[in-house]
Write a protein that binds this ligand. Sequence first.
Ligand SMILES: CC(=O)N[C@H](C=O)[C@@H](O)[C@H](O)[C@H](O)COP(=O)(O)O
Length: 238
Amino acid sequence: MNLTDLMATIRGGLIVSCQAGPEHPLRDTSTMRRLAEAAVLGGATAVRCGGVGGIADVRAVAAAVAVPVIGLTKSGTDGVFITPTVADALRVLAAGAAVVATDATTRPRPDGAELRETIEAVHDAGGIVMADVSTVAEGVAAASAGADLVATTLSGYTPYSPRTAEPDLALVRDLVAELPAVPIIAEGRYHRIEQVREALEAGAGAVVVGTAITDPVWITRRFADATHRPAPVTAEHR
Ligand SMILES: CC(=O)N[C@H](C=O)[C@@H](O)[C@H](O)[C@H](O)COP(=O)(O)O
C-alpha cells in the first residue's frame, strides 16, 4: 500500500489503538485481535497494534482485519521504546503492517541508527512510516528525514513535553501549520468525542483513540470514580 491509498482510506477517520500493557487482564494476542475486529465493525478505518504484544499481535490483527494496520513494538518504557530499531521496524512490516509507527524523537536509538536510516529501511521494504513525536521540532525533523505521517503520540511521554490530562491539540495545530504537506495524526489521551472533532477541525488527517475505547479497566474506573466507592489507586495498565 502507498501513502496515497492509505490516506484515501483513513483521511478524516478514526484509528483505534488495540494494545494492553504487560499486567493488563486483556494482555493476550487473540484478545487484541478480537478488539481490533470489534473496532473495525464499529467504524475504525485503521488499527494500531503491537506494543508489548509485539510481532505476534501485529501478525494476528493483520491477518484478521481488512483495514490498514499500523504496527509497533514496545521495548521497555525509557528512552526510545516504540519500534526502537531497524530490525524491529522490518519485523513489524513482515508481520503484515502497512505502516510502521516508530519513535521519532531526537533521542539516541538503541541500535545506533539515525531516524533517517530507519525510515529508509522501511521504505526500501515497501512500508509507510508514522513518526511518533512529542514536539513540533521533532515533527519537522522527522518529516525532513522522510517520515510519511507525523503523529502526536509522544506528547506528554518524553521528559521535556509536559503531560496534561487533555490531548495536545496545540501540537496538532502547530504541526499542521508547519507541515502543510504531511498528514498529521492526532494521538494520545483523546478521551472524548468532542476532542476527536476538535482535532479534525484543527487539520488532523485522522485521530487515534486507544484507552477510551479498548481499556475496560480505565472505562470502569471512570464510572466507579463517579460513585461513592471510587476505584483504588493502581498503576496504569496500558
Ligand atoms: C505513549 C505510548 O506508549 N503510547 C502508545 C502508543 O502506541 C499507546 O500506549 C497508546 O495507548 C496509544 O498511543 C493511544 O493513546 P491513548 O491510549 O491515550 O488513546
